[in-house]
Ligand binder design. Structure first.
Ligand SMILES: *Cc1c(COP(=O)(O)O)cnc(C)c1O
Length: 380
């Protein structure tokens, strides 16, 4: 089955009791048993729920994996991955990580004795330098948020495999439409399904997909034991959203390219960060590893002041000023004060997240309306 068919039919079945084409929302916490332990595969909805299971099956299919798990948020999914580790274990992670991931690593798990190193993963020597016998996981995010750097997943996997280290990839920005990390040798794919997978800015959810049975069993154990699961209604909404992932992503990419090229030519704009430009430092990796360049575009204005950036995001009308990304509607954000506010200023600026940076999540509206909106906001 090809990708565009998988997003609609992958691992899905009509409801056996009624023929319902979409899985019913099984809004139940528990399931009747005939005799203790004699049930139809479900006991309690933290452990398993048929609507969630349908979604988990869909997740595994679109990432070309074997086992899918759904969580109450993207961070809950990351939390489950780090709970595979024990005190003393070390993690090497991308240095321009999603702010919430950085906060979870440094303000929660560090206290439990897990050691995190943050570095540029595109320089293999950076990774080699940090590897020791305690290194258990490399955490990759690509494209990165909000700088849109691209990390060569295959290159990271190669050094990780040599040292028996697992690789997890946060695939939120790319989605499986653009890249499938398990195919490139990664062990775990993670998503904030809140973003492109759900696609309609109406659910908060996380996902993991793996191939290895033993790893899947450990993660299912953590999912049930820690309990950060999502409800049946949210599972249904994401399953519905998923079915248009391929058409939405195609349009996000087209509109993203139009906006990035417009900004690059605009006299008020200083730098534009978008992996589709040949001048982008990781353009060749992006071309090798991704089908297209996505709908996320970041830019800074000439003069580079925080005041200018704030004024622009206030003046944009079609681009709603809001946290999050990946929905059908265009959003804009000011990472330094919004998504990345929990990262110390020096750390932030080292990776390019300056006070003048604006991040756009380009939606699937008519691109001419988006261009007009940007033009009027930049003019003011
Ligand atoms: C939003 C996001 C997360 C966190 O996901 P939530 O669903 O908000 O918990 C993690 N990684 C990336 C890249 C994100 O954009």
């Amino acid at each position: 089955m090809r990708f565009n068919t998988k997003v609609i039919h992958g691992n899905q079945h009509h409801d056996p009791s009624t023929g319902a084409v979409m899985p019913p929302i099984y809004q139940t916490s528990t399931y009747a048993q005939k005799s203790p332990g004699d049930h139809k595969g479900f006991e309690y909805s933290r452990t398993g729920n048929p609507t969630r299971q349908a979604l988990e099956n869909a997740f595994s299919s679109i990432e070309n994996g074997t086992y899918g798990l759904a969580f109450g948020s993207g961070l809950a999914a990351i939390d489950a991955v780090i709970k595979l580790l024990k005190p003393g274990d070390e993690v090497i992670a991308t240095n321009d990580l999603y702010g919430g991931t950085y906060r979870l690593f440094t303000q929660i798990f560090k206290r439990f004795g897990i050691v995190f190193h943050f570095t540029g993963l595109n320089v293999i020597e950076n990774i080699e330098h940090l590897i020791n016998s305690n290194t258990k996981l490399i955490w990759v995010e690509t494209p990165t948020n909000p700088m849109l750097n691209i990390i060569d997943i295959e290159a990271v996997v190669q050094i990780a495999k040599k040292n028996q280290i697992r690789v997890a990839v946060d695939n939120t920005f790319a989605t499986p439409y653009l890249q499938q990390p398990l195919n490139l040798g990664a062990d775990i794919v993670m998503h904030s399904a809140t973003k492109y997978l759900g696609g309609h800015s109406d659910v908060v959810m996380g996902a993991l997909v793996v191939n290895d049975k033993a790893l899947a069993d450990q993660l299912y154990f953590i999912q049930n034991a820690s309990g950060a699961v999502c409800g049946p209604m949210d599972s249904f909404l994401v399953l519905r959203g998923l079915k248009t992932l391929h058409v939405r992503m195609q349009r996000h990419c087209e509109n993203g390219a139009i906006i990035a090229r417009f900004l690059a030519k605009h006299p008020k704009v200083d730098k534009v960060f978008w992996p589709g430009f040949e001048s982008h430092p990781n353009h060749s990796i992006a071309k090798k590893q991704m089908r297209d360049f996505g709908g996320m575009v970041s830019f800074s204005t000439r003069g580079n002041t925080k005041g200018d950036a704030i004024k622009i995001v206030e003046n944009l009308k079609l681009f709603t000023l809001a946290e999050s990304l990946g929905g059908v509607e265009s959003l804009c954000g000011h990472p330094a004060t919004m998504t990345h506010a929990s990262i110390p200023k020096e750390e932030r600026e080292k990776t390019g997240v300056t006070d003048s940076l604006i991040r756009l999540s380009v939606g699937i509206e008519d691109p001419n309306d988006l261009l007009e909106d940007l033009e009027q906001a930049l003019k003011k």
